[in-house]
Design a protein around this ligand. Structure first.
Ligand SMILES: [Zn+2]
Length: 655
């Protein structure tokens, strides 16, 4: 296997010794340096009128949080090639403004001084610094959630919600323990947590099924991520049996949700700390609040390369070895159990177009959809397909789509490992615009934008490298939605091959070439190839209204699901969209007249009926009267006089 030379060499290896942490200034020096830094920052162009700046007057080290004189700075990196070094040196956020040429980073006073000494231009980001300085305060009235942010459930509240889902919906929801947090594996410290995944599927329908894995809170301080994952799971469960999309997704797919994969770090973040890593303090850094391993630099597949640090106190510390952290080992083993390897772990071989499975890890912030690779500007072997599905996600959340390295270089990230080793489509969503996103913004923008992207992800797990290039089907309706078996219904839908966003080079519009419907299973899942659905006119554009008349003869009474898919001119079938239709048995009635007993049933224009008779209610029916043509407004049949035995009748609609 070929490894690039640079990927095995940390950007910091020339001036750092593993396991040794630079000495930090004491609290008093930190205070003095912090105030000096703030003054410098204000001179550097922050808006002095903003209320955010007024908040900065409260600066100075916080005995509770210890994040004292730190500020959020715009670090102007100059050459793109310096980004890897910066990302491996400072607490660089998952945010970059490449047009203006800066990244956001939290800098201590000493780091500010050091960064300036290396010739970097710095600018205070007043708004983000103000949020950094904000003390956690309970929102009034607040009975649950993270202090000051009641919309985000705490680790314990997330656990309780998972238990509640499994308890109230035992048929489709199960909670599984996949491992333990670092604190729990270390004797004598905090209690720590079990790492828990919610598994959503209808097990009565046998697999194997395509699997979608959604992960939150790999980084602790990214508050929106766990709540987004949990709400998505709750909506899917609530929609089962009532919403056709939720129902078929849980019947035919498996959805695995790990809302909090880093509960120890997350608990620190709930105190108001901008804690990113896990809370391991035995890897060579015991200095609060700098210890911990960056779980998203600790995964295998080129672990130890660019964009990660070998300094244990660094915010992007990669850990002493790949998958050294218990949270990541649990995640690794769980992912390996879910997804067979679909490509060799090299840099050239693509997974086949027919590969299944999808992993989305939620992070924040900066409104991005990122996909492999993070370590090289060379496209991943399935890079084009990853970009296409990314552009589909962006159609919903309106985020920008790119390989991770466009943000800055990284190694040891989860998505590179998932794709690199398992050949599974893997994404990082950078949600919203802040770590501690205000609840109003989360409720009004962040969650509503990402909710449909996650629903699409659950659907795309069946064929992530192929089907997203095909047309989507939307607005599937069946009229009437309730009918008697044998009646005809009207199916309407719209095929749309233009749903892309967020890529520099969006896929060219493709003409809709065909559409089909299948009954009670997506096309291919039960071997059915389906029946054609016609367009309103010629199939000549990228958006087409579709219609078909469905003959329900022979459909069993009960609820049915109609799936519609569309194909583009390249022969690519898109993902299915479903609608329910309820079939009711023919309502039979017997009434007495002067001539005797009469069997009555509703008119189905144009149909032919057979009346069957039996001496028992549950079986033994044999045809007695055949070829009965429909008569409006009602069908009637004069029955022979009843004998000594009771008789039972059924009416069958002939094809
Ligand atoms: Zn993150």
């Amino acid at each position: 296997m070929w490894y690039p030379d640079f990927a095995r060499r940390s950007a910091l290896s020339r001036d750092a010794t593993p396991g040794v942490c630079p000495r930090r200034p004491g609290p008093l020096r930190l205070l003095a340096a912090g105030l000096a830094t703030l003054a410098l920052g204000l001179l550097r162009g922050a808006d002095p009128a903003s209320s955010a700046v007024a908040d900065l007057d409260r600066g100075g080290p916080d005995p509770l949080t210890g994040q004292g004189g730190d500020v959020v700075a715009r670090v102007f990196y100059g050459e793109r090639s310096r980004l890897a070094e910066l990302a491996g040196r400072y607490d660089v956020f998952e945010f970059a403004d490449h047009e203006q040429g800066y990244v956001l980073a939290r800098l201590s006073p000493a780091e500010w001084t050091e960064a300036e000494a290396t010739g970097l231009r710095l600018e205070l980001d007043a708004a983000h610094t103000a949020v950094l300085r904000r003390r956690p305060r309970l929102a009034a009235p607040q009975t649950g959630g993270i202090p000051g942010y009641p919309c985000y459930r705490t680790v314990e509240e997330v656990d309780a919600a998972l238990d509640r889902l499994a308890h109230e919906h035992p048929r489709i929801a199960t909670v599984v323990k996949i491992g333990e947090s670092w604190e729990k594996t270390v004797p004598g410290g905090r209690a720590g947590y079990d790492l828990r995944a919610l598994v959503l599927t209808n097990p009565e329908r046998p697999g194997p099924k395509p699997r979608f894995l959604l992960i939150g809170a790999h980084h602790a301080r990214e508050l929106t991520t766990a709540e987004t994952a949990l709400r998505f799971a709750e909506e899917l469960v609530a929609g089962y049996d009532t919403d056709p999309e939720a129902t078929w997704l849980l019947d035919f797919h498996e959805v695995h949700v790990l809302p909090v994969v880093n509960p120890d770090g997350r608990k620190f973040a709930e105190l108001g700390l901008w804690w990113r890593k896990n809370t391991s303090n035995t890897n060579g850094c015991a200095e609060y609040p700098r210890y911990g391993t960056d779980l998203n630099r600790n995964c295998g597949f080129l672990w130890g390369g660019v964009g990660a640090s070998e300094l244990p106190c660094n915010e992007v510390y990669r850990g002493p070895g790949e998958f050294s952290e218990p949270e990541n080992r649990a995640l690794r083993d769980y992912v390996r159990g879910l997804f067979p390897a679909q490509r060799p772990p090299d840099f050239e071989t693509p997974a086949p177009d027919s590969a299944t499975g999808l992993v989305v890890s939620l992070h924040s912030f900066s409104e991005l959809v990122l996909h492999p690779w993070g370590w090289t500007t060379n496209a991943a072997p399935n890079g084009a397909a990853l970009a296409v599905l990314g552009a589909k996600f962006a159609f919903f959340n309106r985020y920008r789509v790119s390989p991770s390295i466009e943000l800055y270089p990284t190694t040891g990230s989860l998505d590179d490992w998932v794709y690199g080793e398992r050949g599974v489509a893997a994404y990082t969503f950078e949600l919203g615009t802040a770590f501690f996103q205000e609840c109003a913004e989360f409720e009004n923008r962040v969650y509503p934008a990402n909710r449909p992207a996650l629903w699409y992800a659950a659907k795309a797990a069946r064929e992530p490298f192929r089907a997203p290039a095909g047309p989507d089907v939307v607005s599937v309706t069946i009229a009437p939605p309730r009918l008697v078996a044998g009646a005809s219904v009207r199916l309407n839908a719209r095929a749309d091959a233009t749903r892309w966003f967020g890529l520099k080079n969006l896929p060219a519009p493709r003409r809709i070439a065909a559409a089909r419907w299948t009954l009670d299973a997506p096309a291919g899942d039960d071997g059915s190839t389906g029946f054609p659905v016609a367009a309103d006119g010629a199939l000549d554009s990228a958006q087409e209204d579709l219609a078909a008349t469905l003959d329900t003869t022979g459909w069993a009474p009960g609820r049915h699901t109609v799936f519609v898919t569309a194909q583009n001119e390249d022969g690519v079938w898109g993902l299915p969209t479903a609608a329910f239709v309820w079939v009711e048995p023919l309502a039979l009635a017997v009434s007495g007249t002067d001539e005797g007993l009469v069997l009555r049933w509703p008119s189905l224009p144009g149909r032919v009926f057979t009346v069957l008779e039996s001496v028992q209610p549950d079986g033994g029916f044999t045809p007695r009267w055949t070829g009965l043509e429909d008569r409006a407004p009602e069908n009637t049949l004069l029955l022979p006089p009843p004998g000594a035995m009771a008789r039972f009748y059924r009416v069958r609609v002939e094809p």
